[in-house]
Design a protein around this ligand. Structure first.
Ligand code: GDG
Length: 463
């Protein structure tokens, strides 16, 4: 079997397996373990002078290979172009997009550097699977160095509509670079159509440097449904879960779990919870909202601003509605273990998932998988999460419409058992159709079957 080479910005070491790692990291590590290969990416370290050869760690058939970044590359590539330009743009937050030409140059430079470091590690029949917006130009940089292997790309975040993409200066360079892939996978058919439209439009504008076009398809990412259900069933007996259950004193729990990111719609979500307390006063003292929001990308100014905003909002709402023995919002910036999260989901009556835009949103799927089939909770889900395309039996909301989101919360909190069970059964069935194995195997099979891009052709972007 051909080796698998996975490239992603962060590389999950074996230690991260159970503690911090989200579902994707676990899924990819599993694929590597079975097939053997390399996981290549950033070490997470910022150093004064970054070496050009990667740190190598071998564990069984899997080698992790990581490069450090120096401060300038970290600023331009990671904090700058990836997370202050592409991330807001691809999440439709044009007002937050910060385009700096030096950052763009840094992004291309780091991709070249990573390509140069990866080439000596590659064998001719390796299958290369590159992940996410940090590495859009990586295949073009590899092809320019003569790499003729199969190379696939999966974008975990949404792909914007052509008119939105067009606001990014030099977006044609990214679109051209994408032509170096054999296969490009996206989360939803909507994202796949947006990319296809962007490629069709740009071809006319700059002229094709590649003689074939990549296959574009959607591969909605999923989770290991039974594995997560088992984890939740066990975890609900753990000390953390019992502590949480005891502290609720019989109140219904609404849960949100999100990296502290402006794409997740947290300020509006807090507003909607406040609107529930204000407009549906019967829930006062009877419901607790637990929002777990570990700090993310604290080096990007917009994220620090969001944090201040949420601190303020949680304080204001709690100040207004709390009683001596009840706090409406419990807002935690601490990271929880994966098992603890699974237990908390199972204890919750409502999963509250209202991003403004999200590629998929795995929290929605984890929440469903974690429920007790005999007494399941209800998912309130934004129509702007990729997951909404599959999870039609959730209560689908527009996060901008605070009153209707509050009404959906009210409906979730008062939903009869039979309806909860019926919705949950259909949601689980949908999740089983697109689980983690289907995502991974589906992508790799499609990559295997994709017509080959011509290796070694110079793309206009790599020139
Ligand atoms: C990107 C796309 C797409 C969260 N807090 C803790 C914790 N988590 C875990 C969750 C979940 C994962 O992190 C978050 O995944 P999401 O899918 O919700 O969101 P992003 O991080 O934005 O992921 C997204 C995803 O990629 C996969 O393609 O779905 O649309 O934006 O697994 O449980 N895990 C632990 N402690 C925490 O405090 N252990």
């Amino acid at each position: 079997m051909a080796r698998l080479v996975i490239v992603s910005n962060r590389v999950a070491g074996p230690r991260e397996r159970t503690v911090r790692a989200g579902g994707v990291a676990v899924a990819l590590r599993e694929a590597l373990r079975r097939q053997g290969g390399i996981w290549f990416g950033w070490s997470g370290d910022v150093v004064e002078a970054a070496a050009s050869t990667p740190h190598l760690h071998e564990s069984g058939a899997v080698t992790t290979a990581t490069l450090d970044l120096d401060a300038r590359d970290h600023d331009d590539f990671y904090l700058g172009y990836a997370n202050a330009t592409l991330w807001p743009l691809f999440h439709y937050r044009l007002g937050l997009m910060d385009f700096r030409r030096e950052a763009f140059a840094g992004y291309l430079r780091v991709n070249e550097r990573f390509a140069a470091a990866l080439v000596p590690l590659l064998r001719p029949d390796d299958v290369v699977w590159i992940h996410d917006y940090h590495f859009i130009p990586l295949a073009a940089a590899l092809r320019a160095r003569g790499v003729a292997n199969r190379i696939g790309f999966f974008l975990h975040i949404p792909f914007p509509a052509p008119e939105v993409l067009a606001t990014l200066p030099d977006h044609e360079v990214l679109i051209e670079a994408l032509r170096a892939y054999d296969l490009i996978g996206l989360q939803t058919t909507g994202d796949a159509e947006a990319l296809a439209a962007a490629m069709a439009g740009t071809q006319a504008a700059v002229g094709p440097a590649w003689t074939t076009s990549p296959t574009i398809a959607s591969f909605p990412i999923g989770i290991d449904v039974d594995g997560f259900a088992e984890l939740a069933e066990q975890a609900v007996q753990s000390r953390e879960s019992r502590q949480l259950a005891a502290s609720l004193a019989g109140r219904a729990l609404v849960i949100g779990v999100d990296r502290l990111d402006y794409s997740k719609g947290l300020p509006l979500r807090f507003d909607a919870f406040e609107a529930l307390l204000a407009g549906h006063p019967g829930h006062r003292r009877r419901v607790t909202y637990l929002q777990i929001a570990p700090i993310s990308r604290g080096g990007v100014p917009e994220y620090r601003k969001l944090r201040r905003e949420l601190d303020q909002r949680a304080g204001r709402i709690n100040g207004r509605y709390s009683d001596v023995d009840w706090t409406p919002i419990r807002y935690l910036n601490r990271v929880s273990s994966r098992a603890a999260l699974a237990g908390y989901y199972r204890l919750s009556r409502v999963g509250f998932v209202t991003p403004i835009r999200d590629g998929m949103n795995l929290v929605a799927k984890e929440f469903i998988a974690a429920q007790d089939p005999a007494d399941p909770g209800v998912l309130v889900l934004s129509r702007f999460a990729g997951a909404a395309a599959e999870l039609e039996d959730a209560l689908i909301v527009n996060p901008m419409d605070v009153e209707r989101v509050a009404a959906a919360l009210d409906r979730a909190l008062t939903m009869p058992l039979a309806e909860r069970q019926e919705r949950w059964r259909r949601l689980v069935a949908a999740m089983r159709r697109n689980d983690e194995a289907a995502w991974r195997n589906g992508f790799l099979a499609a990559l295997d079957a994709a017509p080959r891009a011509p290796g070694g052709v110079q793309s206009s972007s790599a020139a």
